[in-house]
Design a protein around this ligand. Structure first.
Ligand code: M6R
Length: 609
């Protein structure tokens, strides 16, 4: 969700650096943006929101900052995804206390806001945000303790919920203070400049040598020399290595487009060096240390949100197919249901960003119970990466498009490898392992074959863009593809779409079918093909429009449009059938003049629960 950035330098380039890196954090939230620059004698504040301009971007914010004053060594910036308070400029960060002594950028939600407001007593807030309340609490404690570190430490103990923030003291242009409790704050050092951010993406323009990720309840003083970490007011040191992101748009217009079209390579990267053909056992370095314990696990519980949850569903189906008990749960529901699991069950958390608050909540809960926690994560160094006992890096590279595309395919590839690893520990034969590897190696080229049909898919979209209602339908493994296709379409096109297991149509959903309703049916040649054909007849008999994704010749009178995908093993088919649906939603968004990288109301990384 909200993106945070702070810069203390010696080169006078804080303004440019903050504005540039805030642009790199746009995917975290784009309801509003703001920056504050400590110019020595005063702090300058610039903000913009959708209230000023519906489709504003970083260039609009840059235009607000006067060029003549571009020498500064201390700045903070923020991209906002609204929770407390509407998408207005007043609610945009940085926020300041009543006396304009402290400026504050914040990611998270303060869950005990009412108690804190009571503690602050009367005061007229200019915004509706929790952040403004917190910066005033910091100011209050500062007045009492005469130390910003101590004040922040006290605030950190006081506030409930997952929160991370950076504070600028107007009177101390040589310093910033940051703190973390349940969020992510990363620090970096580059020749005389120190950087603090909520997301590695903001580090892109810098050649960072030293990095540190703030642990929970740590407070850090940031200066041009580097950082000093406090926990309970004691100085501490620690460091954790993480990799560089890479996110150039290159020849593409949108990140979503770029990320769809690079899937041949990201898929190849997910399996590179991991498929050991001699043994039929994948080499998964991240779980080697706990391989023995995994052998004893009876049931695996997969947890995730959105697209990552769809990957969890795939994991469940595939594990079951290989004779291993597995469940899949939506993270935001898990803690509030009475889930039954055994002490020796393992939990596997799937997340592209590794920062999803709902998923982290479940990790926290499961850690209390003491079960094994694994992560299937894209962003190295992210919170889920750090908080799990072991895991698999999906190696998809930076994913900037809000709609998750390449990460999903790489998640599926990682799940297949994990499933084979565990099944080989159990009953799977070496031949089966080897056969799956041979097929996995072919997937990157098969993905490319589908991408080569992009123009055809675009034409199908243009032909069908009049529909305002869609079903995405499939059976067994391709019910998951249907869920993913439906999520993609609504997310970036704002077109109503629902996913159903195809056989379920006759139990209710069929009632909506008429000539104005389009059904996208995923029907590869597998064990459920014949049954699926019957279901398509049922839709056609009611004049419904059918768009089929298949790998088998079909009666052209049955489907109004057909997109062909290459053949593969039935349980690997979602790795291919998902691709045309990503393109379908992408082209639909373009056709309907939506910005696929900035879908309304959504953010890439959802750090509130
Ligand atoms: O970073 P995560 O994979 O944990 O994110 C989970 C969901 O928020 C995410 O997949 C979301 O559903 C996507 N925007 C879907 O395209």
């Amino acid at each position: 969700m909200c993106g945070i950035f702070g810069y203390i330098g010696t080169d006078g380039r804080a303004i440019n650096s903050v504005l540039y890196s805030i642009g790199l954090l746009e995917h975290r939230g784009y309801d509003s943006m703001g920056v504050a620059f400590n110019m020595g004698r005063e702090v300058e504040l610039y903000k913009i929101s959708q209230e000023d301009k519906e489709n504003f971007n970083i260039e609009d914010l840059k235009r607000l900052v006067p060029k003549r004053k571009r020498i500064c060594n201390n700045g903070i910036g923020h991209t906002r995804w609204a929770t407390f308070g509407g998408k207005t400029t007043k609610n945009a960060h940085p926020h300041h206390d009543f006396n304009k002594l402290f400026y504050f950028v914040h990611n998270g939600n303060v869950e005990n806001l009412d108690d804190i407001k009571k503690e602050l007593g009367k005061g007229s807030f200019y915004s509706e945000t929790d952040s403004e309340v917190i910066v005033n609490l910091i100011a209050k404690y500062y007045r009492e303790m005469n130390s910003l570190e101590k004040a922040v430490s006290k605030v950190l103990k006081k506030i409930e919920g997952a929160n991370a923030f950076v504070v600028m003291d107007a009177n101390k242009p040589e310093q910033l203070i940051a703190a973390n409790k349940g969020g992510t704050i990363i620090l970096g050092k580059e020749n005389g400049n120190t950087i603090v951010a909520s997301d590695l993406a903001a580090f892109e323009p810098f050649t960072i040598k030293n990095r540190h990720i703030l642990k929970d309840n740590e407070i850090v003083e940031i200066t041009k020399q580097g950082w000093k970490i406090y926990e309970d007011e004691k100085v501490k040191k620690a460091a954790k290595e993480i990799n560089e992101p890479n996110s150039d748009l290159g020849e593409y217009k949108f990140f979503m487009e770029k990320e769809i079209f690079e899937q041949k390579y990201t898929m190849a990267n997910a399996i590179r060096g991991r498929l050991i053909t001699e043994t039929g056992i994948p080499k998964l370095g991240g779980i080697e240390n706990i391989a023995r314990s995994l052998r004893k696990v009876k049931t695996f519980h997969f947890i995730g949100c959105g697209t990552a949850y769809n990957a969890c569903l795939y994991a469940k189906f595939l594990f079951n197919r290989f004779g291993i008990a597995a469940s899949a749960s939506i993270a935001s529901e898990f803690c509030y249901r009475h889930s039954v699991f055994a002490p020796d069950d393992a939990f596997i958390f799937i997340s592209q960003s590794g920062e999803t608050a709902d998923t982290i909540e479940v990790i926290n809960e499961i850690k209390i119970k003491g079960n094994i926690c694994l992560g299937i994560v894209n962003v190295p160094g992210s919170r889920i990466w750090r908080e799990t006992d072991a895991g698999i890096s999906i190696r998809a590279g930076k994913e900037k498009g809000v709609a998750s595309t390449k990460a999903f395919i790489s998640q599926l590839a990682s799940i297949v490898m994990l499933a084979v690893f565990l099944a080989r520990q159990r009953n799977m034969t070496i031949d089966t392992g080897q056969r799956i590897f041979r097929e996995l190696e072919l997937i990157p080229d098969k993905i490319q074959e589908i991408l080569n049909q992009a123009n055809l898919i675009r034409k199908v979209v243009n032909k069908n863009s009049r529909f305002t209602n869609y079903y995405f339908l499939g059976r067994y493994f391709n019910y998951i593809t249907a869920e993913e296709g439906s999520l993609k379409l609504k997310e970036i096109s704002y077109v109503h779409a629902e996913a159903y297991p195809l056989g379920e149509m006759k139990h209710g959903p069929l009632a909506l079918i008429d000539k104005d309703f389009c059904s996208v049916v995923i029907i590869p040649d597998d064990s459920v093909f014949k049954k699926s054909l019957v279901n398509i007849h049922e839709i056609k008999a009611r004049n419904g429009k059918v768009l089929a994704i298949t790998n088998k010749k079909m009666d052209v009178n049955l489907a109004d449009d057909i997109i062909f995908v290459p053949r593969t093993i039935d349980y690997l088919s979602p790795l291919l059938t998902t691709i045309p649906l990503q393109l379908f939603s992408y082209y639909m968004a373009l056709k309907l003049k939506r910005n696929p990288d900035k879908p309304r109301n959504l953010a890439k990384t959802v750090t509130v629960s």
